[in-house]
Write a protein that binds this ligand. Structure first.
Ligand SMILES: [Fe+2]
Ligand SMILES: [Fe+2]
Length: 266
């Protein structure tokens, strides 16, 4: 329902301010810098569509930007039809996200390649992680993976399980599950690493990262991770050396490397 000038109240009685469009923004935009954010405590900012709010994690550009965000759809809200010029990558965190192709409950991982388009909505409401304009133009694989259906394989050390989600060039995406008291060996990230902690507490020598923490380790960084309590993380590696500039891959400094089958490191 609409109240006032463009404001909305969802069926649960939550109020959302009028939709806005933002100007050019640089937020954690330097991919050579480490970033650690507690996504659960970031403010919700209005999006161009009333009822669709976002927590900005990194951003370079205007309303159309290379951006990583946690986006929340109020029940019954929808987003205008749009084309993904630089691709769109989504992990559904809560509720059910939908578009004209289907419904995607929590745990679905989606990749909409460069040039694809859709008109998304959510009947019951949802929260999703979204990465925009960070996909190789040549990576045209459309993916819809229900991570609730299994697909876990043993990791490199005891207590670690991996669910590979995608590999293209130097980029690898996976879920990684850590049993309590699992310790991984020291390792580097030539192409950087990005993590969202989904449950439990992830740790390394630089800090302790509870569920909801978004972590970006720059290219060339090194760490020795472990988890005392156990955790599940969404992890993406090898992508931070090439997603440069406001136009993402269009301004990439290096061509994508050959696809490798090496699993991502946590
Ligand atoms: Fe989209
Ligand atoms: Fe790592």
């Amino acid at each position: 329902m609409h109240v006032g000038s463009g404001s909305v109240v969802d069926p649960a009685g939550r109020w959302y301010p009028a939709a806005i469009r933002i100007g050019v923004m640089e937020l954690h935009a330097d991919l050579s810098q480490r970033a650690v954010l507690d996504t659960t405590s970031l403010p919700w900012s209005p999006s161009p569509m009333a009822g669709v709010m976002r927590r900005m994690l990194d951003r370079s550009g205007g309303e159309v930007a290379r951006a990583t965000s946690v986006v929340r759809y109020a029940p019954g809200s929808r987003f205008e039809r749009h084309v993904h010029n630089g691709g769109e990558e989504i992990l559904v965190l809560e509720g059910t996200f939908s578009d004209e192709e289907g419904n995607y409950p929590a745990g679905f991982y989606l990749r909409n390649p460069a040039g694809s388009s859709h008109a998304p909505f959510s009947d019951q409401g949802c929260t999703i992680l979204v990465k925009l304009q960070q996909m190789q133009p040549a990576d045209q694989q459309q993916l819809v993976i229900d991570t609730n259906n299994g697909g876990w394989v043993p990791g490199l050390v005891r207590g670690l399980e991996v669910m590979p989600l995608h590999a293209s060039g130097s980029e690898h995406v996976a879920l990684v599950r850590w049993a309590p008291r699992t310790v991984f060996q020291p390792h580097g990230h030539p192409g950087g690493e990005e993590i969202l902690v989904l449950d439990g507490v992830f740790q390394d020598e630089h800090g302790s990262y509870p569920a909801g923490t978004w972590l970006r380790n720059p290219p060339g960084s090194v760490h020795r991770p472990w988890s005392e309590a156990g955790c599940t993380i969404w992890v993406k590696t090898g992508h931070l050396v090439v997603t440069v500039g406001r136009q993402g891959w269009e301004a990439a400094a290096a061509p994508p490397a050959k696809t490798s089958t090496r699993p991502p490191l946590p």
